[in-house]
Design a protein around this ligand. Structure first.
Ligand SMILES: [Zn+2]
Length: 391
C-alpha cells in the first residue's frame, strides 16, 4: 500500500538516542531503515512491548535466560517453549496496527536466497558408498549420475556457476557465505584462497559473498575479525553479510560482536531442527538488546527454511515438505515479508535440487523479489517497515 506523498523525513541517527527518546512529531529513521512514528502513532518497539508474550518472543527472552544448546551448539526448537513457530506473531501484530512495507517495482514480498558453503570437496569413498546405496535401492539413474563424479573431488559441490546460472534464469540473485578458516583449524574443509577465482566470479557477476563464521566466531571477537579480514583479503572487498556455521548464535551478544566487527546484517536466526519464524518476525528487524535497553545498529534477516531441516530433520515426505514450504511462502506473502531460504551447495543434487528449482519457479510466478541479503539490507535501510500515518 502506498503512503501519501510527503516531504522527505528528517533523518536522525538513533544510536545516540535512548529507546524512548525519539522527538515527538518527527519521522525518524534508524540506520537499518525501520521508520519511527508520525505524531500519535506507536513506535515498533513500544507496540510489540504492549503484549508481553510477543515481546518475549521478539526479544528471544528464553534464549537470553537459558543456555540450552544442541550438540552442534545451536538453540533447537525442541528446547524452546515456542510452539506456533509457523505464525509470525510479531509481524502480524505490526501489520494489524498499520505497519507496511513495499519492495522494488511493487513486488509483493521477498525471498532472500542464501547458500552456506560448508564443503567443496567430496572424497572418493563417500561417492563409492553412494553408488552402492543407489544400486541397492535399484536406483540406476542416480548411480549413473554419480559415476562420472568419480573423476574429480570437486564434483559435485564445486557448482557455484551452475547455481548462479539457475538463479539468473529465474530473474533471481543470492548470497554465498564462505568459511575463511586457517588450514590448521579442525573444521576447516577448504582453504578460501583455493576458491579465489570462484568468489571473484560470483562478486563480479553481482552475487554477494559473505562470511560463514566458524564454530567459535559467534562468541569470539578476535576469531570473527580474523575470519572477516581473511575473506576480505581474498575478495579485495569489504564483507558485510554474515551467517554462523551450525547456526550457532548467542542472543544478544553475537549481534554486538557482529556490529563491532563491521557487519551490516546477520541471517543466522532460525531453528536448526524446525522451519519457521524463530522470533515471530517475517520481516528483517533491528534487534533489541535487553542488557542495554537499546536497539542494536545491525539488521537481522531471520532464517526461515534450511534445506536439511525441511528435507531431513523434520522427517516429512517430499509432498509434505512442499506443502510446508508453500504455507510459509504464503504466510510471508500475506504479511509482505521476507522469507530467507538456505540451500547448501552440496544439496544441489537430485530431489533437493529440484526442490530448490521449484522454490525459484514459485517465486517467479508470484512476482516475488528474489535476491540476497546485501540487497535486502540496502533496501531496508532506505525503506524498511513503515509506521502508520498519524490518526
Ligand atoms: Zn555451515
Amino acid at each position: 500500500m502506498k503512503q501519501p506523498a510527503e516531504a522527505e523525513p528528517e533523518i536522525l541517527d538513533l544510536r545516540e538516542l535512548q529507546p524512548d527518546a525519539a522527538p515527538a512529531g518527527k519521522v525518524y529513521t534508524t540506520r537499518s531503515g525501520i521508520q519511527g512514528p508520525r505524531e500519535g502513532a506507536p513506535r515498533m518497539m513500544d507496540l510489540l512491548r504492549r503484549d508481553e508474550e510477543i515481546w518475549d518472543l521478539f526479544t528471544r527472552k528464553e534464549e537470553c535466560e537459558r543456555c540450552d544448546r544442541d550438540r552442534f551448539g545451536g538453540f533447537p526448537y525442541y528446547k524452546s517453549r515456542h510452539r506456533d513457530v509457523c505464525v509470525p506473531r510479531a509481524s502480524q501484530m505490526l501489520m494489524e496496527h498499520g505497519f507496511r512495507c513495499e519492495y522494488p517495482e511493487a513486488q509483493p514480498f521477498a525471498i532472500c536466497l542464501t547458500h552456506d558453503i560448508d564443503t567443496v570437496y567430496q572424497p572418493l569413498h563417500s561417492k563409492g558408498f553412494e553408488i552402492v546405496k543407489a544400486l541397492k535401492e535399484g536406483n540406476l539413474p542416480r548411480a549413473g549420475r554419480i559415476i562420472p563424479q568419480l573423476r574429480s573431488k570437486k564434483l559435485p559441490a564445486w557448482n557455484f556457476k551452475e547455481i548462479l546460472e539457475l538463479e539468473e534464469s529465474h530473474g533471481a540473485c543470492s548470497s554465498f557465505y564462505f568459511l575463511a578458516l586457517e588450514k590448521e583449524e579442525r573444521e576447516c574443509a577448504y582453504a578460501i584462497e583455493d576458491l579465489e577465482q570462484e568468489v571473484c566470479m560470483l562478486q563480479d557477476r553481482g552475487w554477494e559473498v559473505g562470511l560463514h563464521g566458524g564454530c567459535k566466531a559467534y562468541c569470539d571477537q578476535e576469531k570473527l575479525q580474523r575470519e572477516k579480514r581473511h575473506l576480505e583479503t581474498v575478495l579485495n572487498r569489504n564483507v558485510t553479510g554474515y551467517r554462523n556455521h551450525y547456526l550457532r548464535f548467542q542472543v544478544p551478544e553475537t549481534w554486538e560482536l557482529l556490529k563491532e566487527a563491521g557487519f551490516l546484517y546477520d541471517t543466522t536466526l532460525g531453528y536448526p531442527d524446525c522451519v519457521g519464524f524463530r522470533n515471530g518476525m517475517c520481516h528483517p528487524f533491528r534487534p533489541f538488546n535487553p542488557n542495554t535497553g537499546q536497539e542494536m545498529d545491525i539488521l537481522e534477516i531471520p532464517l526461515v527454511v534450511m534445506d536439511r531441516t525441511l528435507l531431513l530433520h523434520m522427517r516429512l515426505s517430499p509432498e509434505q515438505a512442499w506443502d510446508q514450504m508453500e504455507r510459509l511462502l504464503n504466510t510471508t506473502e500475506q504479511h509482505h515479508g521476507v522469507i530467507t531460504v538456505l540451500w547448501h551447495n552440496e544439496f544441489m543434487t537430485d530431489a533437493s535440487f529440484q526442490f530448490y528449482r521449484k522454490i525459484l519457479e514459485y517465486g517467479r510466478d508470484r512476482g516475488a523479489w528474489m535476491t540476497g541479503g546485501r540487497e535486502i539490507t540496502a533496501w531496508w535501510k532506505k525503506n524498511g517497515l513503515r509506521a502508520p500515518p498519524a490518526q
